[in-house]
Design a protein around this ligand. Structure first.
Ligand SMILES: Nc1ncnc2c1ncn2[C@@H]1O[C@H](COP(=O)(O)OP(=O)(O)OP(=O)(O)O)[C@@H](O)[C@H]1O
Length: 220
């Protein structure tokens, strides 16, 4: 079973240090909850973990190997659900999910899309176009991507935004089942998501200690 590790990570956004000296280690079945005030870098860390951006310093390791050495293998092992993921207004919920499912090359994307919607309690909106979905339903369609195929690592950016209490509980149940099967999850949240024995990483503990000017090359 793989494990996921970050060592001494520094994240830059527009030449500003968002966090530095950040390390974590996640074992099979583990959960890492990212907390911290607005702007502390939770989304930035998740994007970095997903391989969408690169760390300025430090490295990410998947199963002991630097992810930079085998980025495709790593990307195939994770599912990232961002908090600003758009839902295409003209496509139905099942078409949206089937197009996601089709990207992994496994058979029957439409069948898997319908099953994923069922698991998220969304069968009744399967054939509605995206433009008719409520904010919470859009969020749940995005989260249904987690149920399209088994992958070991889930990266979830504020997944509870716009969800009602019942949907939050359903998500917690899916996460618990994923972890029981040896999966891992990293989740940023401002609200309580009921996870068993999570590690908590407070991003404000890693806020920049370097002066921004040092990196911008613009000393005062
Ligand atoms: N595309 C970008 N370009 C430049 N700076 C950015 C960009 N996106 C975010 N930032 C900056 O990076 C810092 C961290 O932002 P990030 O969105 O990671 O924080 P967060 O902890 O997820 O915040 P929130 O709780 O508000 O979602 C902020 O100072 C933000 O202004």
């Amino acid at each position: 079973m793989p494990r996921f590790e970050g060592r001494d990570l520094t994240c830059l956004r527009s030449a500003r240090v968002v966090f530095t000296g950040l390390s974590f280690r996640l074992e099979p079945g583990g959960a890492l909850v990212l907390v911290g005030p607005n702007g502390s870098g939770k989304s930035s860390l998740l994007r970095l973990m997903a391989g969408l951006t690169r760390p300025f310093t430090g490295s990410l390791l998947w199963d002991g190997q630097p992810v930079a050495e085998e980025p495709e293998r790593f990307r195939a092992s994770l599912r990232y659900v961002g908090h600003l993921d758009a839902i295409k207004p003209a496509l139905t919920a099942v078409e949206i999910l089937a197009s996601w499912a089709g990207l992994d090359g496994r058979p029957d994307p439409t069948g898997r899309a319908r099953l994923a919607l069922k698991r998220m309690g969304l069968s009744h909106v399967a054939d509605l176009p995206g433009r008719y979905l409520s904010a919470g339903q859009k969020r749940r369609v995005n989260l249904a991507r987690l149920c399209l195929a088994e992958v070991p690592l889930w990266l979830l950016d504020e997944p509870t935004t716009a969800l009602d209490r019942q949907s939050v509980a359903k998500l917690a149940t899916e996460i618990a089942a994923h972890r029981r099967a040896g999966g891992m999850v990293v989740v940023s949240t401002h609200t309580d998501l009921d996870l068993a024995n999570p590690q908590v990483l407070d991003l404000s503990d890693f806020s920049a200690t370097m002066a921004d000017e040092d990196l911008a090359g613009d000393p005062a």
